[in-house]
Design a protein. Structure first.
Length: 139
């Protein structure tokens, strides 16, 4: 990473404008050597009809952060990242507060990547565990 942590997070947040990520209020908040972290508020905007976090919102959060992590950690110029497959296990319900998504690479291949995304509540309890496979297309 040639850019500072703050520059990378600012760039990740900037690309969210006018997208689903902005609609869901996803914010990239931290970055380490091998983990990208984002948060999303749990409000009625992302609830299912019974007032709990919608699984689809969790999956959208996971795919957003996994794809962003692929861009950040692969650092490939002239490439595009796309999701190939995603699977999620929803473990615990939540109705308010924030959820935090932590994307970690399990495999960083030149073409395909495998990401594990842990979605946790503010008490660090597991809400969802997601596996995302991404593919890199070179221009």
């Amino acid at each position: 990473m040639n850019k500072s942590k703050e520059q990378i997070l600012a760039a990740c947040n900037a690309i969210c404008k006018n997208t689903l990520m902005e609609t869901l209020e996803i914010e990239f908040i931290d970055l380490t050597e091998d983990v990208l972290i984002a948060r999303m508020p749990v409000t009625p905007r992302v609830h299912q009809p019974d007032g709990l976090l919608h699984g689809g919102a969790s999956v959208a959060l996971a795919e957003s952060i996994g794809s962003a992590a692929a861009i950040v950690f692969l650092g490939k110029e002239n490439s595009t990242i796309r999701g190939l497959e995603i699977s999620a296990n929803h473990i615990k319900s939540i109705s308010d507060g924030f959820v935090y998504a932590k994307a970690t690479a399990l495999h960083r291949g030149k073409t395909t990547q495998l990401w594990q995304i842990r979605i946790e509540n503010e008490a660090a309890e597991l809400i969802s565990l997601v596996k995302l496979t991404t593919i890199t297309f070179y221009k």
